[in-house]
Design a protein around this ligand. Structure first.
Ligand SMILES: CC(C)(COP(=O)(O)OP(=O)(O)OC[C@H]1O[C@@H](n2cnc3c(N)ncnc32)[C@H](O)[C@@H]1OP(=O)(O)O)[C@@H](O)C(=O)NCCC(=O)NCCS
Length: 226
């Protein structure tokens, strides 16, 4: 199928667009790698993902699949609450192939979470899905007891920097010539303390804004039950 016909806006307007958020598994890696090559100029080799997935205690990787047909999963009732523990509705484990349209990951070591990657397929951008992935990483970092989240981002990547700034991240340093493909510098960006009650409150507000935006756009995010 041609890429243009995969665009979510090609669906009838009244139809709910569902995305399924799942932990990344090794059978996701070939598809993740294909998407990675579309999104990054210096993609990781597949072997790097297989290696990462062997250490789930230190790493956390997720994928977002586009569930083009709404008949594939019947969601369970909404679980709501005042914490970031459960962001989206649960659904049954995936049973059929839905294309990977986003993914993200991080290391969580010695009280620090370090985002290693985040990407959304070009034809699914500007829908809030980058935020879905990023907020999911932050809430998992909180769940694992991390103190802060940090990351590197190309100095030219103003789009990603804008996403991180929206979530309170600030520039804390520069890594000169960090990227091997073009020797570009990286900014180091870091979150406020994840234990700061004011930041927790800000995250809850951002989550509520995100959920309202997704609802307004007719987008439903389902989380795969373990
Ligand atoms: C960065 C990326 C993941 C954002 O994904 P997305 O689904 O389009 O992002 P969202 O729709 O959730 O937007 C969230 C925020 O990101 C920022 N943003 C997203 N697209 C933007 C754009 N074209 N211009 C400026 N800011 C943008 C905004 O702050 C936006 O918040 P807003 O909607 O309130 O303005 C996506 O652009 C991507 O995959 N880029 C290529 C890979 C990459 O650079 N990854 C980061 C490596 S450090």
């Amino acid at each position: 199928m041609e890429e243009a016909s995969q665009h979510p806006s090609a669906e009838p307007l009244h139809q709910v667009r569902r995305y399924l958020l799942t932990p990344m598994r090794s059978d996701d890696v070939p598809e993740v790698s294909l998407l990675e090559r579309r999104c990054f100029t210096n993609p990781w080799p597949e072997s790097a993902y297989y290696r990462e997935l062997r250490e789930p205690n230190r790493n956390y990787y997720i994928v977002l699949r586009w569930q083009a047909s709404s008949s594939e999963a019947e969601p369970e009732p909404v679980v709501s609450g005042g914490t970031l523990a459960r962001l989206f509705r649960m659904t049954r484990p995936r049973t059929s192939t839905q294309p990977v349209v986003g993914y993200a990951g991080m290391w969580v070591i010695y009280g620090e979470a370090h985002v290693t990657t985040i990407a959304v397929a070009p034809e699914h951008r500007r829908l809030g899905l980058g935020e879905v992935l990023f907020l999911t990483l932050i809430s998992e970092a909180i769940r694992r007891g991390a103190e802060v989240v940090t990351l590197e981002v190309r100095v030219s990547n103003v789009v990603a920097q804008s996403l991180y700034a929206k979530y309170g991240f600030t520039r804390r340093g520069l890594r000169p010539r960090y990227y091997s493909d073009n020797a570009e510098d990286a900014y180091i960006m870091t979150s406020p303390s994840l234990r700061d009650p004011n930041y927790r409150q800000q995250l809850l507000e951002l989550r509520d804004q995100l959920l309202a935006r997704l609802t307004a756009e007719g987008i439903e995010i389902l989380e795969e039950a373990a």
